[in-house]
Design a protein around this ligand. Structure first.
Ligand SMILES: [Zn+2]
Ligand SMILES: [Zn+2]
Length: 390
């Protein structure tokens, strides 16, 4: 078959034609090519069919919108290569035009093939929970027992939905696939469509006596305690997907997933950014000036940190590999320790005297930054003072 002509072209109207103009144009074409007027004329018959098809789409507001947006693929299933009959070829088509096909109102019936569509509609829903962790639990990993309520396969009927003694019979209308192919005779040929089986409502099975516990659903709500292994290095807001730990699907359908969100409590001391850890350590003026050996905390316990003589306020020490283990196993982050020199807030007489003695013997040479600053101030003032011209 040759390629389809544009529907507007077929009717001989512009794309902006009004509903009335489309109707008039169609009547004209229909009269011109009507089989009664052109007996035995194959070409005229084709043109008549073509005009009918064009009008069927362009006269329907919904279809016209789809046609305007997606062309023939939007309104004619057979335009999609494999079409509805070929299970395999339909997958990609559906992905591209997913929204169109939901607009067709076909429910699950428009899914490709047989098994994929059914298992998807029977899949249990996903669940979300959040789990509270301390900073250290997140850093080193932990195992948690969590209580959740979820749908599980019904223990009375084993998930079949049928009462004991009775069975769920395979639907004779669809043969258990939950879908039926409907062949529609149109003036333009046969169109095959997939629809949800109306006898079993897409379940593929018919239950004569539904199970009293689950009312035929095949699932019942149960409280379960599950063990969750939190890997070392997780961070606040991260999510751990547990496949198949969500709700069981109806009638022995597959299980949904359980999404576990991390809610990590802030630590009193350590601040975190990615895999790195930060904190600030106050030291005295004397420690900063003379240097000292500190014993500082890390997430693994205390370690020695040498403060060299003359350490300035704001100095950052980076301790490689003393940060948090990477959750994906890519080593460890670093620990950044910022020095904060704390000036004595109040001095007694003895302290004041000692500092005065210290100040006397400490000249500007011990404070090069201060020396540089005041020399700059003097230069700046000299350059900008008003010149005294005669
Ligand atoms: Zn049951
Ligand atoms: Zn059926």
């Amino acid at each position: 078959m040759s390629e389809k002509r544009d529907y507007y072209e077929v009717l001989g109207v512009g794309k902006t034609a009004s509903a009335d103009e489309i109707k008039k144009a169609y009547r004209k074409k229909a009269m011109e090519f009507h089989p009664d007027k052109n007996p035995g004329d194959k070409a005229a018959e084709e043109k008549f069919k073509e005009a009918n098809e064009a009008y069927e789409v362009l006269s329907d507001a919904d279809k016209k919108t789809r046609y305007d947006q997606y062309g023939h693929a939007g309104v004619d299933p057979s335009a999609g290569g494999g079409g509805f009959s070929g299970g395999g070829g339909f997958g990609g088509f559906e992905d591209i035009f997913g929204d169109i096909f939901s607009a067709f109102g076909g429910g699950g019936g428009f899914s490709s093939g047989s098994s994929r569509g059914r298992s998807r509609s029977n899949r249990g829903s996903d669940m979300k929970i959040s789990i509270n962790l301390t900073f250290r639990e997140a850093v080193f990993g932990v195992e948690k027992k969590i209580k959740i309520k979820r749908n599980e396969s019904c223990s009375t009927c084993g998930g079949t939905g049928a009462e004991k003694g009775s069975t769920a019979k395979t639907c004779d209308q669809c043969g258990g696939s939950g879908q039926v192919y409907v062949r529609q005779q149109t003036p333009f040929g046969t169109v095959q469509q997939v629809q949800t089986c109306d006898k079993c409502h897409g379940e593929g099975k018919i239950i004569d006596k539904p199970c009293a516990t689950c009312h035929g659903k095949g699932v019942e709500l149960k409280e379960r305690t599950i063990n969750i292994k939190i890997p070392a290095g997780v961070d606040d807001g991260q999510m751990l997907p547990l496949r198949g730990e969500g709700n069981a699907g109806p009638n022995n359908g597959s299980k949904g997933d359980l999404y576990v969100y991390m809610n990590v409590k802030e630590d009193l001391l350590f601040k975190r950014n990615g895999d790195d850890v930060y904190y600030e350590v106050p030291i005295t003026y004397a420690q900063a000036a003379m240097g000292d050996g500190l014993v500082v905390p890390t997430i693994d316990g205390r370690i020695k940190l040498k403060i060299p003589e003359g350490t300035q306020n704001g100095k950052v020490f980076r301790l490689k590999g003393k940060g948090i283990p990477n959750v994906n196993g890519r080593g460890r982050g670093d620990l950044f320790i910022t020095i904060k020199v704390e000036v004595p807030r109040k001095l007694n007489r003895e302290q004041r005297h000692a500092l005065e003695e210290f100040a006397k013997v400490t000249g500007v040479d011990a404070h090069p930054e201060g020396k540089r600053f005041w020399s700059r101030v003097e230069t700046e003032e000299k350059e900008n003072s008003p010149k005294k011209d005669a």
